[in-house]
Design a protein around this ligand. Structure first.
Ligand SMILES: [Fe+2]
Length: 374
């Protein structure tokens, strides 16, 4: 347990409860350590902290349009890399038809998020159908391939040299958000047995970013059964039951779905807005100084963002002050809706991310201006 200098106090005109009962006409900004878990202060500003008139330099935020990336790579190892650091690699993969080879990631666990498409995954553990909204967790070392019935568009999130875990649900207990019993695992079924055979198959193994190809005179996905507590697992975003409070705007960490030692994956799914008159209804302004924040927009209306459509991805580097876009803020306050209607995947990384050339090619350079003050 880390120890911090700890002295909560109130100075000047301020609320004693974060994210609620703000002094009239003020904008709350959170300054915090360790994401939403370390020491923090809430400052009540006269002006929106993002109402800049000019923003220059490398701290600017980025928005990338994955729908503009070139399509159809028949292997996940050919997918466009967008963002990376030593502990995570984020790629966007488009493919149609059947993978001609098996894939195996020897660098880390792979989390595949299906943005669009349907099909079947065949892996060491059997057969698993997939559809849009599925998270498919593929443990490091698993051999797998997909056959698409509708073209696949997927986000690949590699936990480099690490493993995915489920978050500790703390006060709300292990069955909240989703029950681990809801995780589907592959089946040794007729479809799986039907793809086994004595024809030649290659396995493209990725280790330290380099590909090695191993050839067999048979299909190595030939298990007749398995037992254990390690397997490919799937959950759909529609099966997530988000935490919410009618009186308190919960931080993004309340929506954690998977985590590793150096990053977390959170999921935003439709939920009712806060109804208490004193509760904040939009994300609070903050810098999240210890984390880079990545958001992939899957479906719906992104209530706190302007000019963002499904298939886009944004990067807010640690230290960049952000919060709701001005138009979104006005809409929420002036035309209140009962619930959000957004599905988005957030990746918060403890270490700074590098932008890969493929992402830079589909960047929307005007993103930083979407907060600009009048
Ligand atoms: Fe944030």
């Amino acid at each position: 347990m880390k120890r911090y200098v700890h002295f909560p106090r109130v100075e000047g005109e301020a609320s004693r409860q974060a994210h609620a009962d703000l002094p009239e006409g003020t904008y709350e900004r959170e300054i915090s350590k360790e994401g939403f878990f370390g020491p923090a202060a809430h400052l009540y500003h006269r002006h929106p902290p993002t109402a800049w008139t000019n923003f220059e330099g490398p701290l600017r935020p980025h928005a990338f349009d994955c729908t503009k990336l070139p399509g159809n790579q028949d292997s996940p190892w050919k997918a466009a890399e967008l963002l990376h650091n030593a502990s995570v690699r984020v790629r966007f993969w488009s493919m149609a038809g059947k993978m001609p080879q098996l894939a195996r990631n020897a660098d880390g666990d792979e989390l595949l998020f299906v943005h669009a498409g349907t099909g079947d995954l065949f892996c060491d553990y059997g057969h698993l159908p997939f559809e849009a909204g599925d998270y498919i967790l593929i443990p490091r070392g698993t051999m797998w391939r997909v056959e698409c019935t509708q073209p696949l568009r997927a986000l690949l999130i590699e936990a480099t040299n690490n493993s995915y875990r489920l978050p500790d649900k703390g006060l709300v207990g292990p069955h909240a958000i989703f029950d681990a019993a809801m995780l589907d695992t592959p089946r040794i079924d007729d479809a799986f047995r039907g793809q086994q055979g004595e024809t030649e198959w290659r396995v493209a193994i990725k280790r330290r970013g380099a590909i090695s190809t191993v050839t067999y005179a048979f299909n190595p996905l030939d298990a007749i059964g398995w037992h254990g507590d390690l397997a490919v697992a799937r959950i759909n975003v529609r099966d997530l039951r988000p935490l919410m409070s009618h009186r308190y705007h919960l931080p993004p960490s309340a929506h954690t779905t998977f985590l590793t030692d150096r990053f977390v994956v959170c999921t935003f799914v439709p939920r009712p807005f806060e109804s208490d008159p004193g509760a904040m209804k939009v994300p609070f302004f903050h810098n999240n100084d210890d984390y880079d924040e990545v958001l992939f927009y899957h479906a719906g209306d992104f209530f706190s963002r302007d000019n963002i459509h499904p298939g886009m991805i944004t990067l807010h580097p640690g230290g960049f002050t952000h919060g709701p876009h001005p138009k979104a803020l006005k809409n929420v306050l002036q035309q209140p809706k009962p619930a959000t209607n957004e599905y988005a995947v957030m990746i918060d990384t403890r270490d700074a991310l590098e932008i890969s050339p493929a992402a830079a090619q589909v960047e929307w350079p005007g993103y930083v201006d979407s907060w600009m003050g009048a």
